[in-house]
Write a protein that binds this ligand. Structure first.
Ligand code: HEC
Ligand code: HEC
Length: 320
């Protein structure tokens, strides 16, 4: 060591410099091994779903209902391929680039045919593939993480038994370096993929709790109506406060305040969820018209009421 330092004409390190060097090396090794865990063994951090899902008996009718309320078809089907539902290929715009949705028909080769219940649950709730690779959060598992075991099992059974397998390979992903390194998503998930509800559901009535589940877990309304930080994580303290015009993908506030939804009557809310018709007689547009078609128009009356009851609890002041 001393010899090497002499050759390089570097003065021997004093004590604090040595300590600093040692800590830097340790920090480097730790981050290397953390990185390796993200890449090679994500299940050390995000434990695999166990076999307990196999004990549940599937309810396909409920699966179809929950499938609609979660909007799976909004991203995995395209208008261009009407006769091939869930074959994927929809290009989803994100602030980081375009991500293409995948084939989730029960095709054994290119779809999700033959996946175990646990594998499907890990994909939908943890964003981890059967091979242990992280999915991009354009797939809103950050909401689905709260989905119940029964609903996950039912959706998979619905897809397996009612959707035709389509033998169509996935398009390659086009995100630029370094976003194409999926290990980084692991770090992102530690920060943002949280199972806790944003709203304080412990103080909620039963109907408001059902609404929280429909909105926060299934309908993923917050994914568009909540502003994000620079890393693309949802700002939970500005939950549903709207994404301002001029920002990426603007969407209005859904808070129950005078300047947002507070003026809508319950009936106006219900008509909107059913049809997309606004209190002024016009119809909502853009992405929201897909949300109405794919998600909210499928709500049974009691669930639509639960959703409205939930939005009534969103008071911006309390959230902050
Ligand atoms: C907002 C768009 C969006 C919605 C809604 C959505 N997904 Fe996806 N999904 C994606 C994208 C994008 C990917 C690919 C992610 C990637 O490549 O990292 C994906 C990937 C998947 C995969 C992994 C497929 C594979 O071959 O590895 C499964 C399974 C899946 N989605 C199921 C579902 C189910 C079930 C629902 C409804 C509960 C759903 N998705 C809702 C966008 C969406
Ligand atoms: C993919 C993004 C996206 C998702 C998911 C989404 N919204 Fe929206 N929403 C929008 C956009 C964009 C608008 C503005 C539409 C316009 O004015 O053209 C909007 C508008 C609205 C409006 C105001 C209507 C208007 O036009 O003034 C309400 C109410 C609403 N959304 C409720 C919901 C609810 C409830 C959910 C969840 C079930 C939801 N949104 C999920 C993007 C989204």
């Amino acid at each position: 060591m001393t010899w090497l330092l002499k050759r390089l004409a570097i003065k021997p390190l004093c004590r604090w410099q040595k300590r600093l060097l040692v800590s830097l090396v340790i920090a480097f090794l730790v981050s290397l091994s953390v990185g390796a865990v993200f890449i090679f063994a994500p299940h050390w951090i995000w434990p695999k779903t166990g076999d307990h899902l196999n004990m549940l008996s599937a309810d396909i009718e409920n699966g179809e209902y929950v499938f609609h309320l979660s909007g799976c078809a909004a991203c995995h089907s395209t208008a261009a391929k009407k006769d091939a539902p869930l074959a994927g290929g929809k290009r989803i715009r994100t602030p980081f680039g375009i991500i293409t949705s995948t084939n989730i028909t029960p095709d054994d080769e290119f779809g999700i045919g033959g996946w175990s219940r646990a594998e499907f649950a890990d994909a939908v709730r943890q964003g981890i593939s059967p091979q242990g690779v992280h999915y991009y959060p354009a797939f809103p598992y950050t909401s689905y993480i709260k989905m119940s075991d029964q609903d996950v099992v039912d959706i998979q059974s619905y897809i397996d038994q009612r959707i035709a397998p389509i033998s169509e390979p996935n398009k390659s992903k086009v995100l630029p370096f370094p976003l194409n390194i999926r290990a980084g998503i692991g770090t992102w998930k530690l920060l943002y993929n949280q199972p806790a509800y944003v709203s304080d559901v412990s103080t909620y009535t039963e109907i408001e709790q059902r609404g929280a589940y429909l909105v926060e877990a299934l309908g993923h309304c917050g994914e568009c109506h909540t502003p994000r930080d620079t890393l693309g994580g949802l700002l939970r303290d500005q939950w549903m406060a709207g994404v301002p015009q001029g920002a990426f993908n603007p969407a209005p506030s859904l808070l129950n305040t005078r300047d947002a939804m507070g003026d809508w009557t319950d009936e106006e809310w219900l008509v909107f969820l059913q049809t997309g018709k606004l209190p002024n007689g016009e119809y909502t547009g853009g992405e929201m018209s897909h949300v109405i078609k794919e998600i909210t128009s499928h709500l049974v009356r009691s669930d639509a009421e639960a959703m409205v009851a939930y939005f009534r609890t969103l008071n911006g002041e309390e959230n902050r």
